[in-house]
Design a protein around this ligand. Structure first.
Ligand code: ADP
Length: 605
């Protein structure tokens, strides 16, 4: 119940609607009950069992609404003829039924917007949170996890929220009203039933429970079977080459046999469920029939035949709400677990944020300095003891073997990660003291894998810039050597690039991402292996565009192909997170160290 409370807390913005839902549901339940209990008077009129139980009940001193209703109907019938009474009653039943359904419709129309609004809020909150989290948060494994949270967990919650409101409000109301009507019709019978019902419920509940565990097991075995099939087909070449058919066959057969046994066991219990609950149901009804009949025969009760039938009908009416309530409890548990997972994400620490008194920065005028910078993922030190100054207008190149920490170093400047120790200063002020938005406005990033969104070329170029004129966009594309190929597309700048730019070639994608950087016109540029994934021809065109882009800017360039960074003002050679060598191309060649070795290796290629 504590967990259900958690789900309820998401409804606190919808107090008014929840109250409206309660009222309409209440009315639906009441009218539903009225239209059903009208059955008794109809039967009474039709079959003319015109006893006057009021007098009887008064004599016995019992509370007897049923008696009063019958009395009232008897009086009514006495004043009108039978057919007129029947007509009135039938019209009343129809009206009550219409009202009941009208209120059900209204209540669902109140409920659904609440449900969708809660989901909208959760999705929005999650996406906003995801956008605000530092890049370090998104490893591959987390990505799958996040997507599962945004889809599966949200679905679980959708089902739960619907259930919390529907089942926790409607079902108890129905149960209470039906029980009250049952008590009014016959208190004795109801006491009898209330004593007897839990025993029946317990037996049926046990069967359901004993089914749950093996059915999870069956799911697991089925999963293993699919795994073996997948693995075998994918590795068929190896299976055949190593004569491992028999081995795979045995493995498969064993799991398949286990699944067979578990399934058999499940079906034995499952098939027991339905006959058991039907038998229990009939036993209960027969007990009611017997006891009710006994009451009628003995004349100790005001119960008449028609009311007795209505009573049995009411008993059936109460079974489903009880069942639904127990299913709902189960669903709420699942929903609350999903909510836990989502809240875990929503409460994730975001360390990279603006300080309260963050400064703005509108131009970059002197230098970027890294002082004793160290960066680690937990215990794993990625960068250590990095000291580096990049003066305005200069280009520094980061080279070194893969995994040396080049990208991580470049990521520290726009604060994609924060340093673990040391500091990074821009124009003498720590980057952590600037407003993030302003800081990143000073920088353009062109990465190895150009990131395009499934939108038009135009919108991909103006991403985040906003308010650029078409002329500026075309000019940026021209500088990026992209204008020609764009205008040759059937839809020009309005061409949709496809998922992650899939409809464009690697070189085209990269030129669009360069055009984006040109349009943003940032003083600081970070190029992370921008040409390494391209063939020689596109590389030349893209490199041309990059050279134009680099003019008059301060650049940090990560390059795999060392020929592209020979002209850098300083080349930093990183290895295992440390600066091993630094200097110009010629100085480093003369040194005959790691850089020379890397250059030599590439020339051999
Ligand atoms: P480079 O750009 O020089 O190839 P990177 O900066 O990409 O190197 O990576 C440096 C090191 O950081 C690598 O050893 C890599 O395995 C490690 N690394 C990168 N991301 C993470 C992460 N999220 N968690 C732990 N280690 C990481």
């Amino acid at each position: 119940m504590k967990r259900a409370g958690k789900l309820f807390s998401y409804l606190k913005d919808f107090k008014l609607q929840v109250v409206q839902f309660c009222i309409t549901t209440l009315l639906a339940v009441v009218f539903g009950l009225f239209s059903f209990t009208m059955l008794a008077p109809v039967l009474q009129v039709l079959f003319g069992t015109g006893t006057t139980p009021v007098a009887d009940s008064k004599a016995k001193g019992g509370l007897n609404i049923a008696g009063y209703i019958t009395q009232w109907i008897n009086d009514f019938v006495a004043q009108h003829d039978k057919l007129t009474s029947l007509t009135y009653i039938v019209i009343t039943v129809v009206m009550f039924t219409i009202l009941k359904n009208l209120f059900i419709y209204l209540s669902l129309n109140i409920l659904n917007p609440i449900r969708y609004a809660v989901l909208r809020k959760l999705r929005d909150d999650m996406f906003t949170k995801i956008l605000s989290l530092p890049i370090g948060f998104f490893t591959e494994e987390r990505k799958a996890d996040l997507i599962s949270r945004m889809t599966n967990d949200i679905n679980e919650i959708e089902v739960s929220i619907m259930n919390v409101l529907e089942s926790f409000i409607r079902e108890p109301l129905t149960i209470i009203f039906v029980l009250v009507s049952m008590i009014l019709i016959s208190p004795q019978l109801t006491v009898f039933l209330v004593l007897f019902l839990p025993i029946a419920g317990f037996v049926i509940g046990r069967i359901g429970k004993s089914l749950k565990k093996p059915s999870n097991l069956a799911q697991e075995y089925l999963g293993s079977i699919l795994g073996i099939i997948d693995e075998t087909i994918a590795g068929m070449r190896v299976v055949k080459a190593f004569n491992a058919e028999r081995h795979q066959q045995l493995k498969f057969r064993e799991t398949n046999n286990t699944l067979f046994r578990v399934r058999k066991q499940i079906s034995r219990r499952k098939e027991l469920g339905s006959p058991m609950s039907e038998t229990m149901g009939v036993i209960v009804v027969c007990m009611i029939l017997w006891y009710g009949g006994k009451l009628i025969f003995s004349g100790q009760s005001s119960l008449t035949g028609p009311f007795f039938l209505t009573y049995i009908g009411l008993f059936y009416m109460i079974i489903n709400p009880i069942k639904n309530l127990s299913t709902a409890l189960n669903n709420v548990q699942k929903g609350a677990a999903a909510l836990d997972r989502i809240e875990h994400l929503l409460n994730a620490d975001n360390t990279i944020t603006d300080k309260p008194d963050a400064k703005s920065i509108s131009t970059f005028s002197q230098s970027i300095e890294l002082k004793d910078v160290r960066f680690a993922y937990g215990d794993k030190v990625i960068l250590d003891n990095i000291n580096l100054t990049i003066h305005k207008g200069k280009t520094i190149a980061l080279v070194g073997p893969s995994g040396a920490g080049k990208s991580t170093l470049a990521d520290l400047i726009p604060r994609f990660h924060d340093v673990t120790a040391g500091e990074i200063l821009i124009d003498g002020i720590n980057v952590k003291d600037y407003k993030l938005f302003d800081l990143r406005k000073q920088m353009g990033v062109v990465s190895q894998e150009p990131i395009l969104f499934n939108d038009t070329i135009y919108n991909n170029i103006t991403l985040g810039t906003g308010g650029a004129s078409a002329e500026q966009v075309h000019e940026a594309a021209r500088i990026a050597n992209a204008h020609n190929f764009i205008t040759q597309k059937p839809n020009g700048y309005e061409t949709i690039v496809g998922d992650r730019g899939a409809k464009l070639s690697g070189g085209e994608r990269q030129r669009i991402s360069i055009a984006r950087a040109v349009l943003k016109n940032p003083p600081i540029l970070i190029l992370d292996e921008a040409t390494s994934s391209l063939d020689t021809e596109s590389e030349r065109i893209v490199q041309d565009a990059i050279n134009t882009l680099m003019k008059n800017r301060t650049c940090v360039v990560i390059a795999h192909r060392l020929s592209t960074v020979q002209h850098g003002d300083e080349i930093i050679v990183l290895e295992k997170g440390k600066i091993m060598e630094r200097g110009t191309h010629n100085e480093l060649i003369a040194k005959n160290g790691l850089y020379k070795k890397l250059v030599d290796m590439q020339q051999v290629k």
